[in-house]
Design a protein around this ligand. Structure first.
Ligand code: NAD
Length: 375
């Protein structure tokens, strides 16, 4: 579908549907935005661009220049998901869908990823953990997004001499984890600011017993804390211990701040506490245009079947209203509508259980319609 931004609209949003279930769920996000616009007297206009596998097929690259331009000139970006088996490759010379994601984060300067992990009361039973452990879980994972291992120098080569291996020639590869002082300082500030809006506690996760980047991370986080955020409770946790504590006592966490790769892994673990990846949204913020997306991937196994859960996408619209458009009341409305639909027992297949009657198990479009009706 061709979309042209309406210059008269209050907010221009760049849509990046991507691959797999992406186009199906983003359509529901737009439906909700339009409904919010009507209710709150605001107009949204949309541009649309290619990213990921769809962009590789059309342009040979996962992040075409036109996509970056569309994203840069919008007030916010709504992304669905990228990737799929069609583009899976281990050949470093071939383009891969996730290069689109990493590239747009870097190019838009999106150094903070916020992932709220909350349990909707109606879904307490969906978690694999016991209800008394998950009840009350409400944390915000603050992940550094543009530094560390995913962006450091890397190489793969054939080592003829087999240096350091007693002469055994073979392939060799390395990735490097690098952080600069300002990168840690600004993410620490984001975490402490988030904690001030919440319950006032930050858990900083690192591997300071082994990694030099982590020792510097810990030092800087404490310096920022002592200078400007002494009112916030700060605790340090080694990443291996954090992985255990997240499932042991998830309700104890408020804000969790960590570097890029640790955050990638821990946020997926935390997502499982809620029982469904289809429920979790995220916001990536920098100094300019922000990007909002579900935490899950492109779910190629269910793409095109009309059964994908659109709620993570809809909840990323909620975050967009809150962080990019300063529309807290509208954002609260969206959350209330989602809560109401779940309380009434409506489920998509991924969050349905044995007790869900078949007439309450709905597809992607119907779930979007229900949220709009409750709005
Ligand atoms: P995935 O999140 O796509 O799917 C994991 C499982 O959860 C699947 O069974 C899937 O059907 C289910 N699921 C995910 N979202 C759902 C939804 N909204 N409704 C119902 N069920 C849902 O992860 P994966 O299978 O590891 O990866 C698939 C592709 O997505 C890969 O190519 C991967 O690289 C990519 N990926 C993209 C992103 C992103 O775009 N941000 C994130 C993770 C993975």
């Amino acid at each position: 579908m061709e979309r042209v931004a309406d210059d008269m609209a209050d907010h221009v949003i760049c849509l990046l549907p991507g691959d797999g279930i992406g186009p199906e769920i983003i359509a529901e996000g737009v439906k909700v935005l339009n409904s919010v616009g009507e209710k709150h007297g605001t107009s949204f206009s949309y541009t649309e661009a290619l990213i990921g596998g769809a962009a590789i097929d059309a342009c040979g690259t996962a992040l075409p220049e036109a996509t970056l331009e569309a994203a840069n000139s919008a007030d916010a970006v709504l992304l669905a998901a990228v990737g799929g088996p069609k583009w899976d490759t281990t050949d470093p010379a071939k383009p891969r869908p996730e290069q689109g994601l990493l590239g747009i984060r870097k190019q838009l300067g999106l150094y903070t990823n916020l992932r709220p992990v909350q349990i909707f009361p109606a879904l307490v039973g969906a978690s694999t953990l016991k209800p008394d452990i998950v009840e009350g879980v409400d944390m915000m994972i603050v992940r550094e997004l543009t530094g560390g291992l995913y962006f450091g120098k890397r190489e793969r080569f054939y080592d003829e001499a087999g240096a350091g291996t007693g002469g055994a020639a073979g392939q060799r590869a390395y990735d490097t984890m690098e952080y600069r002082e300002y990168e840690i300082e600004r993410i620490a500030r984001q975490a402490f600011d988030a904690a001030r809006r919440r319950r006032g506690k930050v858990t900083s996760v690192d591997k300071a017993n082994v990694l030099e980047t982590s020792r510097m991370w810990r030092e800087i986080v404490h310096r920022v804390h002592d200078a400007d955020y002494a009112d916030i409770q700060l605790e340090d946790l080694l990443v291996d211990n954090a992985a255990m504590q997240l499932i042991n006592r998830p309700a104890d966490f408020d804000v969790v701040v960590t570097e890029n790769m640790f955050g990638d892994i821990l946020s997926d673990e935390a997502a499982q506490i809620t029982g469904s990846l289809g429920m979790l949204a995220s916001a990536s913020l920098g100094d300019g245009t922000a990007l909002y997306e579900p935490s899950h991937g492109s779910a190629p196994d269910i793409a095109g079947k009309g059964v994908a859960n659109p709620l993570a996408q809809i909840l990323s619209v909620e975050m967009m209203l809150r962080f990019s458009f300063d529309m807290a009341e509208a954002a609260d409305d969206v959350r209330r509508a989602v809560t109401c639909v779940l309380d009434e027992g409506w489920r998509t297949a991924d969050i349905a259980d044995a007790a869900t009657p078949s007439e309450k198990t709905v597809g992607t479009v119907r779930m979007g319609d229900l949220v709009v009706e409750r709005l």
